[in-house]
Design a protein around this ligand. Structure first.
Ligand code: HEM
Length: 184
């Protein structure tokens, strides 16, 4: 995993739960990196899992909810850090439709060792987008949070239905439906 995933997570933890808890997470988790991350470095995915397990222990928030809140938060950060990816995205559907063929392709150019999921995305009709997530890391909750962050960013209200196709959450289907008042 790229360091940005760790640095932004630890900043969010500090903002939401305070410096002491963020510090406790690092000191009480057995991390090969010792919790020292740079945004462009690369670290084991298992370190992210270990941090989430410790956070769950210390806060009582489930690992799924932690990933979801974090995904939502990270989308806002991405919109600031990678504003050029937003240049011609007019709404959430047009932005989300480009993750697989544009956004993550550009991310891969910036960070050749990035571990990215794959998305099979279909616009079923003007008000429905289907996104099929697949990744051996099973971060469907994180994807869910990123989708919610994207909807917040564009100020669009939608129903997000999610079906996890296995227990490991390595394959999940999201169906986004515009609520009536938001149909354009
Ligand atoms: C400006 C927008 C975006 C940028 C710059 C971006 C970039 C990245 C980066 C840097 C990673 C980490 C790769 C690694 O650690 O090796 C990542 C992972 C991921 N991204 Fe994106 N991303 C964006 C939008 C999205 C959106 C909208 C979705 C949502 C649905 C998404 C879904 C994911 C997921 C689920 C992962 C975790 C890895 C996995 O599941 O295997 N990304 N992305």
């Amino acid at each position: 995993m790229k360091g940005i995933v760790f640095t932004e997570l630890l900043e969010m933890v500090e903002d939401k739960f305070g410096f002491e808890l963020a510090d406790q997470v690092i000191t009480e988790t057995d991390l090969p990196s010792k919790g020292i991350y740079t945004a462009v470095g690369t670290y084991e995915f298992s370190e992210l899992v270990a941090i989430l397990v410790k956070l769950n222990e210390l806060t009582g928030v489930s690992i799924g909810d932690l990933q979801r809140v974090y995904g939502n938060h990270l989308f806002t950060r991405f919109s600031q850090l990678y504003s050029h990816f937003f240049a011609d995205a007019k709404d959430a559907f047009s932005f989300l439709s480009k993750i697989e063929d544009y956004i993550h392709v550009e991310v891969r150019k910036l960070y050749p060792d990035a571990e990215l999921p794959s998305f099979d995305i279909k616009q079923l009709n003007p008000s429905t987008l289907e996104m099929n997530y697949s990744s051996e890391r099973g971060m469907a909750d994180f994807a869910h949070g990123l989708i919610e962050g994207c909807l917040n960013h564009f100020g669009e209200e939608m129903k997000v239905d999610r079906i996890d196709l296995n227990e490991q959450k390595t394959k999940s289907q999201f169906t986004l439906t515009r609520v009536l008042s938001d149909v354009k």
